[in-house]
Design a protein around this ligand. Structure first.
Ligand code: HEM
Length: 153
């Protein structure tokens, strides 16, 4: 086979490969919610603001009243890590699951609604866009069944 023919064939094979590979490379991976929220620092700031609002509320303050500063720091840190994990960030959550860690506290549907109200206030405070707010609230809503206790329990 003449050399020029081999050269043309190799070139054609490379061109075909490039046509297959480059569009796949060019397709940008959708950004995780974690990244769109602004990463770890943003999630930590959201958690601190949210905890602050919950603690100040006369109805919700009962949950935090007798916690030591260290226990509060621990719960805060685990919440940051959980949110990081839930939103697609690079964290590995090592805390307890939501049912185990909240069972027995007697968190009522009213407590839950209040906490959601404060979470919305926090997200607005940090000017989180509507789409990301919706995604955060949806992820939190999924934990409700494990955190809220049916009356009488
Ligand atoms: C009305 C709503 C809520 C209240 C009153 C509440 C209260 C608390 C309290 C008092 C603790 C400390 C428990 C302890 O030290 O043993 C705690 C732990 C924790 N909470 Fe919540 N919580 C609420 C909702 C949530 C939500 C929505 C999340 C996140 C999805 C969350 C994530 C956590 C985590 C990660 C911990 C630490 C778990 C562990 O100790 O392993 N909480 N919560």
């Amino acid at each position: 086979m003449p050399r020029s023919r081999i050269f043309t064939m190799v070139l054609a094979a490379w061109a075909a490969l490039a046509l297959l590979v480059f569009p796949a490379l060019a397709q940008e991976k959708p950004k995780s919610l974690y990244a769109r929220l602004g990463g770890y620092d943003a999630i930590a700031a959201v958690t601190d603001d949210f905890f602050g609002r919950m603690e100040k509320d006369p109805q919700l303050s009962r949950f935090f009243k007798y916690m030591s500063t260290d226990s509060k720091r621990r719960a805060r840190q685990l919440t940051v890590d959980l949110l990081c994990h839930m939103t697609g960030g690079p964290c590995f959550y090592i805390g307890r699951d939501m049912r185990t860690s909240h069972q027995g506290m007697g968190i009522t549907p009213q407590d839950w609604e209040l906490s959601v109200k404060y979470l919305k206030e926090t997200l607005n405070h940090f000017k989180v866009p509507a789409k990301e707010q919706e995604e955060v609230l949806k992820a939190i809503e999924a934990t409700r069944k494990d955190i809220v206790e049916p009356p009488g329990k």
